[in-house]
Design a protein. Structure first.
Length: 1021
């Protein structure tokens, strides 16, 4: 051994080397060849595959896939404006789920929809008409709104296509629109069933009202802002003479001055509708004298310290319990401005009075507050909420402005308020009236949480109007029971949806708009009473079925009168002008899902629904409530309800997935005012900024971003994150390009015999094990809707297992070995399996790339046009090989040390290529029986491939001792591989043979043209 080594060393140190010919053998190498581009123009490249992987694929699978139906029910976006990042994220996530299900053999049922009614479209129609709604016929507005909606849908449809969404976008029958006649009729039938179930009623009561939308709103249509500023007032109400006397007697005070009740409110405009003052029966109230003006006031004892800036210096006179004040009378606050003395008001007891804010005395206006309304109902001071309650509840507001009725309280003075918006100059005018009446103690700016209209982003008010409501108290038990078998992602979203349902007692379903589905009620013009029952609905809906919903606005009222009504006083009736809440519109979309067979006793439901987290209070809820509320087997009487909710109800969905909001790069909400909007179309097609033009990334990079983020929480996007995503995409493409280049176009593989697992070496078995683990991780990620797990595992596999290891170490074998050698065939077999499996893994996320790989791999294939036409065939579990993984862990640890030593050589300019080096691993004789040493001996031929050096040998140390001093350079390190094995010494030294001009390994004997391996290959060519 030493004799041969000495000879090799002598040749290596010779001053007259034999220089090999360069580039003479390039034609004999099997270099990769592929037309697959690394950086294609996505605007051109993706267009080649768009129709094949979207519309055509959807239609193909509906006809040709015979697996179980997978129903993904699309929550309809609003048909107004360009698509934003939330739309893109939403549709891409849905598409990933659908494509994975298709690859697993499911037949996809996915019908994209649009929400088409409501105020934004109606307003846009009015803008285009150039008129105010009060000067345009409802039928004209509806025609214009219909045209706007159709135009917006067409625009959004083209934009959705750019994201690579698999759906039949070309066929209107394969999409749904809430304005379609068939859809509207299904909606009306559901409404009819809810009426028949006794759930729909009309009441005059306080509701959320949006002056900017000019309509009532449901709780789900509100957003709460923490920074709303109100002009709060401290105002005084005088106790009447008899009540003042009663207080003084109770306090045992011999005084004769009047006593003021001090209240605080953030809505001074509601003071004109004051009907009472509430106190807490158990609260302690203090009678004080304000030193500045000697006036007497009643204030909660616990609020005195907080109110000292408002009250100024005071003298405490007496303390009374709230119960002592209940039933006392006071004069209306604006009585001094009236020509006629108005009747006195009463102090009421209420447990909702707190000491957290205010004065402990609460101004009550039941027309403008839910708690006030309930309090007055409990006292029997207002009626049950039927339309006749208008006469018993004081309300001076109409359409967000003071109405003529305010003069009932203020007399002629009130005329100055008529027509004023209550939230703006109306409030300021009331403050001035308080000053005029000498009832204003203080005005303060108050920042607090306040509800806004989520469509217009303007503050709302609470005011009494006649509205239609769905009784949710009767069905919330069934609704909650129906959620028991629903899967939630993330799991905590279950609590959110359930809490929203539990907190609601009724749903205001009527809106004061023209563009919508009518609430088909008949209103008596004399009494204001409405007809909405089984008989009237059956007749009216039959008419609308034949003539269309537009006939409600265009046809005479006589067409809609049931025979028994028409026969008596037909002229006293008019059609209701209310339309249904758009959440009721979209919430009935589940009715499109037909039962799979007539034998099914329960309604067919969607496998999955996925929307933003705001839909817990919106579409998720409205679907559930309309489905449960319209069920024919619903609990219909109190006796049945006592026994508990009906457990047989099913929700219209089996799985609910929610995603967060897309924010800008700094984590801020996107808005036009901030100028931080990131357009998904700019990402796909390029353009954008005035100073910086954004590149066209294409749909797949947008999709890869969507799949890489933690979508269950709010997520950020910007130029930095897109560049990072593009780099990840480049690495994925680079891996595909390498494999395609070495596998060829498929024809090169036809004559190549694949290698069985039993004939593969350790490195191939290890890489296949890693591929198997990757595939199982990806499948689990898809099944759990954790797409970030899929992309992370795929990118790590491409970067670490492939690019940094397997591709690097197999280039020599692929390029220089005999085409039919076992080693090369094993590598090609593995590359083929890697490409097939990784393409399946990436396909749901990157469909254009999957189609492109499919085309390059099988350019002459005529069997499957789209990659998605073949099912995902998973790897055989036989490839799971933890023994190979364990063995490789030892070898990779040595490799890490070797690469580190080689890097030192490069830094010191001793080594240019790792092939210029060879490795000596010192194995002490006494350790030769150790399992790790046996592994090294068994895999010794693999080591030079693994380290990408010209030679690796196991040595007992004798060589190093003898020839160390003759070597130009040596780098050494120790590697610990086990507790019971001493660290192994690793030596990196100059390769002692000559460079082969064909493979560039330093394995050529002096005097020979090529190395032994290349010589054999050349002979076979």
């Amino acid at each position: 051994m030493l004799k041969h080594a000495r000879a090799r060393l002598s040749r290596a140190l010779s001053t007259v080397p034999v220089l090999p010919k360069t580039n003479a053998f390039s034609d004999t190498l099997f270099l990769p060849k592929t037309a697959f581009p690394l950086r294609p123009d996505p605007t051109k490249n993706e267009t080649l595959y768009r129709a094949r992987t979207c519309e055509e694929l959807y239609r193909w699978q509906r006809k040709n896939v015979h697996g179980p139906e997978f129903v993904f029910h699309d929550g309809p976006p609003y048909a107004n404006g360009d698509l934003h990042m939330g739309h893109a994220l939403n549709k891409i996530l849905k598409d990933i789920i659908n494509r994975f299900a298709l690859l697993r053999g499911r037949k996809i049922h996915y019908i994209p929809g649009w929400d088409c009614h409501g105020l934004p479209i109606e307003n846009k129609a009015l803008q285009e008409l150039g008129k105010d709604s009060s000067h345009v016929l409802p039928s004209t507005i509806r025609t214009a709104a219909h045209a706007v909606a159709i135009r917006e849908i067409a625009s959004q449809k083209e934009q959705f296509r750019q994201f690579g969404i698999m759906a039949d976008w070309d066929d209107d029958a394969s999409t749904y629109r809430t304005l379609d006649h068939s859809y509207e009729m299904r909606q009306l039938r559901i409404f009819e069933q809810m009426v028949n179930n006794g759930l729909i009623h009309r009441r005059y009561r306080p509701v959320h009202y949006s002056p900017s939308s000019r309509s009532a709103l449901a709780e789900a249509e509100l957003v709460y802002k923490d920074n709303h500023v109100s002009h709060s007032v401290y105002a005084t109400f005088p106790l009447d003479v008899s009540s003042t006397k009663s207080v003084l007697e109770t306090a045992k005070l011999s005084l004769s001055e009047p006593i003021q009740l001090l209240v605080w409110t953030t809505t001074p405009w509601t003071l004109t509708a004051n009907m009472g003052i509430a106190v807490h029966p158990e609260m302690i109230y203090t009678l004080i004298r304000r030193i500045n003006d000697s006036s007497l006031s009643l204030v909660a004892q616990s609020r005195l310290e907080v109110l000292k800036d408002v009250l100024g210096p005071i003298e405490t006179l007496a303390e009374l319990k709230g119960v002592d004040l209940i039933g006392l009378s006071y004069r209306p606050i604006f009585s001094s401005l009236c020509d006629i003395e108005p009747p006195a008001m009463q102090i009421l007891g209420s447990s909702h009075v707190t000491t957290e804010s205010g004065t402990g005395l609460v101004h009550c206006a039941p027309a403008h507050g839910e708690e006030d309304y309930k309090l007055f109902r409990s006292y029997g001071l207002i009626s049950s909420g039927t339309p006749s309650a208008i006469d018993s509840m004081v309300c001076h507001v109409s359409d967000g402005m003071f109405s003529e009725k305010v003069t009932d309280v203020l007399g002629p003075t009130g005329k100055t308020l008529v027509g004023m918006p209550v939230l703006e100059e109306g409030s300021r005018a009331v403050v001035e009236l308080l000053k005029q009446a000498a009832k204003l103690l203080a005005v303060k700016r108050y920042t607090h949480k306040y509800p806004y209209d989520w469509k217009t982003d303007k503050p709302i008010i609470v005011t009494a109007t006649s509205q239609w409501f769905a009784n949710l108290d009767r069905i919330k038990g069934e609704a909650l029971a129906a959620l028991k078998d629903v899967r939630f992602y993330p799991n905590q979203s279950r609590n959110r949806l359930e809490s929203f349902i539990k907190s609601r007692s009724e749903w205001c379903i009527s809106r004061q708009r023209v563009w919508g589905v009518p609430i088909p009620a008949l209103i008596n013009s004399k009494t204001g009473n409405a007809i909405l029952n089984r008989e009237s609905l059956r007749h009216i809906i039959d008419v609308l079925e034949k003539k269309g919903v537009k006939h409600w606005w265009e046809g005479p009222v006589e067409d809609f009168l049931p025979p028994e009504v028409k026969a008596n006083n037909a002229g006293e009736w008019q059609k209701s002008t209310d339309t249904m809440d758009v959440w009721f519109d979209s919430g009935t979309s589940w009715s499109m899902l037909d039962p799979p067979s007539p034998s099914e006793g329960k309604p067919f439901r969607a496998d999955v629904c996925l929307e933003g987290s705001d839909q817990h209070r919106g579409w998720f809820q409205s679907q559930l409530l309309t489905a449960v509320g319209s069920a024919s087997e619903m609990t219909t009487n109190v006796c049945e309800a006592i026994t508990g909710p009906n457990e047989n109800f099913r929700s219209p969905y089996g799985t609910l997935i929610t995603h967060g909001m897309v924010l800008d790069e700094k984590g801020k909400k996107m808005s036009k005012s901030l100028g931080n909007i990131v357009s998904p179309l700019t990402i796909v097609l390029g353009g954008g900024g005035k100073k910086i033009k954004d590149p066209a990334y294409g749909a797949d990079i947008l999709r890869l971003w969507a799949a890489s983020v933690d979508y269950k929480n709010d997520m950020s996007i910007g130029r930095t994150s897109l560049k990072q995503t593009a780099e990840a995409m480049r690495k994925i493409r680079n891996s595909a390009r390498f494999m395609l280049g070495n596998i060829g176009d498929g024809r090169a593989m036809e004559g190549l015999e694949r290698v069985e697992r039993k004939d593969m070496g350790l490195i191939e078995r290890f890489v296949m094990h890693e591929l198997y683990v990757l595939e199982q991780t990806a499948i689990k990620g898809y099944e759990e809707y954790d797409f970030a797990k899929v992309t992370s595992a795929l990118v790590n596999f491409a970067n670490i297992t492939l690019s940094s290891l397997y591709f690097d170490i197999t280039k020599d074998c692929l390029y220089a070995n005999s085409f039919q050698s076992l080693e090369r065939r094993a590598v090609v077999t593995v590359l083929e399996k890697i490409l097939n499996t990784t393409t399946s893994i990436l396909a749901p996320i990157l469909p254009h790339l999957a189609e492109e790989i499919h085309d390059h791999l099988q350019p002459h294939n005529t069997t499957t046009k789209s990659f998605f036409e073949k099912e995902w065939k998973t790897l055989d579990p036989v490839w799971e090989d933890y023994a190979a993984a364990k063995d490789m862990s030892y070898l990779l640890k040595i490799r890490k040390s070797v690469l580190s030593l080689l890097e030192k050589g490069r830094d010191n300019q001793k080594v240019k290529s790792s092939l210029e080096a060879e490795i000596k691993i010192i194995v002490p004789v006494e350790d030769e029986g150790h399992p790790i040493i046996k592994l090294l001996k068994r895999e010794e031929p693999l080591l030079k491939t693994l380290f990408i050096t010209s030679d690796v040998s196991l040595d007992d140390g004798e060589f190093i001792v003898k020839f160390f001093k003759y070597l130009e350079w040596v780098y050494t390190d120790s590697v610990a591989l086990g507790k019971d094995l001493d660290p192994l010494r690793i030596f990196v030294l100059p390769a002692l043979s000559e460079k082969c001009p064909r493979c560039w390994n330093f394995t050529r004997r002096r005097g020979e043209e090529t190395c032994a391996r290349c010589t054999d290959v050349l002979r076979s060519l």
